[in-house]
Design a protein around this ligand. Structure first.
Ligand SMILES: CC(C)(COP(=O)(O)OP(=O)(O)OC[C@H]1O[C@@H](n2cnc3c(N)ncnc32)[C@H](O)[C@@H]1O)[C@@H](O)C(=O)NCCC(=O)NCCS
Ligand SMILES: Nc1ncnc2c1ncn2[C@@H]1O[C@H](COP(=O)(O)OP(=O)(O)OP(=O)(O)O)[C@@H](O)[C@H]1O
Length: 217
């Protein structure tokens, strides 16, 4: 199967593969499987936590908007309380994204610089909102992790112990599968077991190493 080179043409150095998918689709599992093959990654959900740490301007803005009850006794963000406010209310979600996304993007750039310094052929930027937030501008290829909706819900419920209604409201706040798949250069079908997932990751890793080595020459 041939690989279509998109933004990698004519460039050199460590490439960035953007990994995206809906809640519970398996992005972290995919990142860990690439990690076992020596590939580094940065996860936008983790970086989103950094930008709301105590002392950060985004946390000050959140506390101003929602009042002190949005913080716990130590002054850290009560994530569960904020989650309850934003996933059922598009206005509030958009406000939070306006506050956080530019800062997340800035930090992602710093993390990507660090990953580029390793000299690896490629690294991953893992993000649930890669396409929606414009973070796809930071990557060379888009890898979509796809799983049937029922499996996404089932795995998230087993992982987080939250109620199904909340998982469904997060799903509703994310792009439909079709939109993500339309933007994909590569797709991992994570409807199967973990072994099947690892096999797909190993095949993609081999293809990326070949593709990006060619692009360097
Ligand atoms: C609302 C917050 C505090 C809830 O935190 P909590 O620890 O309870 O949940 P977590 O961050 O693990 O997210 C739960 C699920 O929702 C997804 N998600 C998070 N933010 C968004 C969003 N703005 N739109 C759609 N899905 C989202 C995550 O990928 C995950 O699947 C947190 O999700 C947040 O700060 N979101 C805004 C920042 C953002 O957009 N992050 C996405 C990465 S760019
Ligand atoms: N192929 C698989 N078989 C069984 N369980 C899986 C498989 N892939 C992932 N999981 C499990 O499903 C859950 C969701 O996977 P993961 O956390 O990787 O999804 P995610 O896309 O990163 O989710 P989120 O966007 O919510 O952070 C996890 O508990 C993970 O261990």
């Amino acid at each position: 199967m041939s690989i279509h080179v998109t933004k990698t043409e004519g460039k050199s150095g460590t490439r960035v593969v953007g990994v995206t998918g809906g809640i519970g689709s398996g992005k972290s599992a995919v990142a860990e499987a690439f990690g076992a093959l020596g590939i580094g990654w940065v996860d936008a959900d983790h970086v989103a936590r950094e930008v709301v740490m105590p002392g950060e301007p985004a946390l000050v803005a959140i506390a101003q908007r929602y009042g002190p009850t949005i913080l716990d006794a130590n002054g850290t963000l009560d994530r569960r309380a904020l989650r309850a406010r934003i996933f059922d209310d598009e206005n509030e979600r958009q406000w939070l994204e306006r506050e956080t996304h530019p800062r997340i993007r800035q930090r992602l750039l710093t993390h990507l610089e660090r990953l580029r310094d390793t000299g690896a052929p490629y690294c991953l930027l893992v993000s649930p909102l890669l396409i929606e937030s414009g973070q796809h501008q930071l990557v060379d290829r888009i890898l979509v992790v796809d799983a049937p909706r029922d499996i996404q819900i089932q795995r998230t419920l087993a992982r987080d112990g939250v109620d199904q209604r909340q998982v469904e409201s997060i799903l509703a706040a994310q792009s439909p599968r079709e939109r993500r798949l339309a933007a994909a250069d590569d797709v991992i079908d994570n409807g199967g077991d973990r072994h099947n997932l690892q096999e797909q990751v190993a095949r993609l890793d081999a293809r990326y190493r070949q593709l990006f080595a060619q692009a360097i020459q």
